[in-house]
Design a protein around this ligand. Structure first.
Ligand code: SF4
Length: 313
C-alpha cells in the first residue's frame, strides 16, 4: 500500500513523525514534489478565492498525488487539549475540504482526528488508523513510539544547531517569524531565505527555537492568544530578541491568526527593526528583494548611528 503525503501545511512540522510511523508499518510513502508554479496554479484553481495561500498550495500538492498512491494522508488536527492549544480552523476542516474538492476524482483519504478536548489525542488518533491500514495493535503502537523518538531527536538537533548559529554567526542575524509551512515552502519562504543569505545575513528561524521554552515565554507578550503555533512563535521572539538585529514577520495572504499575532509583535516588541512581509499568490516572494535590501540598509544605518553616538559620549 502506498501512502501519499502532500508536502505542505503540517507536513513541514511533522514530516519526521509521519514518515517514520508509516515506514515502521512497512508502508511505502510518496511525498509530493517541492512547491512550484504548476502546484501553486492548480491549488489556486481547486481552492476558493478566500483561502489563504498556504492552503491553496496544499490543494495543489494533494492534486499532484492523485493516481500516485492508494491513500492520501490528510489528518484533522483541531487542538491538543488545553484551553489555549488550538490550531487554525483550516487544520480542523482539512479532510472535509480535500474530500469535497476531489470527490469526483476518486480520491481516497487516510484521515485521523486529533481533538484533545474530546479525549482524542495524537496516540489514539494514530492507533485508530491501523484499522484502515490493516495493521495490528502492537505493531502500530511500536511504530508510533519509534516515530515519536525520531521526531524528538530531530527537533533537539535542529534547536541545538540553531542555538549554535545564533551564538556564532557573524554579521546581521534576522529572526524569521513565520509558520513552518511558510518558511520552508520553496515558493513562499525559499526565495526570502535564499536572498537574505545572498545579502550576507544569517536567517534565524523562530520555528526552530526549543518549543517548550518558547511557549513558556509567550505569556510575556500576550496571555490571550489561543493559537498554539502563534504562541510558540511569539515566545520565540522573546527568547531571541536580545541576540538578533531585526525581525522579519512572514505571512501568507490572507491569514487571520497571523494578522493578530503580528500586530501584537509590532506593538509590543520595541527597539528592534521589524519588516512585515505578506506573500500572496500573484507574485510570491520573488518581488520582495527590494524590501529586504532596504531593510538591511536601514539596520546598517541605525547601527552605524548608534556606534557614532556611543563614540561621541
Ligand atoms: S494559520 Fe494562516 S496561513 Fe496557516 S492555515 Fe491558518 S489561515 Fe492559513
Amino acid at each position: 500500500m502506498i501512502i501519499g503525503i502532500p508536502r505542505a501545511l503540517l507536513y513541514h512540522r511533522y514530516h519526521c513523525l509521519w514518515e517514520t510511523f508509516f515506514e515502521h508499518l512497512n508502508l511505502q510513502v510518496v511525498v509530493s514534489r517541492e512547491t512550484d508554479k504548476a502546484i501553486l496554479e492548480r491549488g489556486g484553481v481547486c481552492a476558493i478565492d478566500e483561502a489563504c495561500l498556504s492552503s491553496k498550495i496544499y490543494l495543489g500538492h494533494v492534486e499532484s498525488l492523485l493516481g500516485r498512491c492508494d491513500l492520501v494522508f490528510v489528518p484533522r488536527v483541531s487542538n491538543f487539549g488545553q484551553r489555549d492549544n488550538i490550531l487554525c480552523t483550516k487544520f480542523e476542516a482539512l479532510p472535509d475540504i480535500v474530500s469535497n474538492t476531489f470527490r469526483h476524482r476518486g480520491i481516497k483519504l487516510l484521515d485521523c482526528n486529533i481533538d484533545g478536548r474530546q479525549s482524542e489525542n495524537e496516540l489514539s488518533a494514530f492507533m485508530l488508523m491501523r484499522k484502515k491500514l490493516g495493521k495490528k495493535r502492537f505493531q502500530t503502537f511500536y511504530a508510533y513510539m519509534l516515530a515519536k523518538q525520531a521526531e524528538k531527536l530531530e527537533q533537539d538537533s535542529l534547536a541545538r544547531e540553531q542555538e549554535r548559529r545564533l551564538e556564532e554567526a557573524e554579521g546581521l542575524k534576522l529572526l524569521i517569524v513565520g509558520h513552518s509551512y511558510n518558511v520552508y515552502d520553496k515558493f513562499i519562504g525559499g526565495p526570502i531565505l535564499h536572498y537574505l543569505k545572498a545579502l550576507g545575513a544569517t536567517p534565524i528561524i523562530a520555528d526552530r527555537v526549543d518549543r517548550k521554552r518558547a511557549l513558556s515565554r509567550a505569556a510575556e507578550l500576550t496571555s490571550t492568544m489561543p493559537w498554539l503555533f502563534n504562541r510558540e512563535l511569539t515566545g520565540a521572539v522573546q527568547e531571541c530578541r536580545e541576540k538578533v538585529d531585526g525581525l522579519i514577520l512572514l505571512s501568507a495572504f490572507p491569514c487571520g491568526p497571523d494578522s493578530l499575532a503580528n500586530e501584537i509583535l509590532l506593538r509590543r516588541v520595541s527597539g528592534l527593526p521589524t519588516l512585515n512581509l505578506l506573500v500572496d499568490s500573484q507574485e510570491g516572494a520573488a518581488g520582495i528583494e527590494t524590501r529586504l535590501e532596504s531593510f538591511i540598509d536601514i539596520i546598517g544605518f541605525r547601527q552605524a548611528a548608534k556606534t557614532a553616538k556611543e563614540a561621541s559620549l
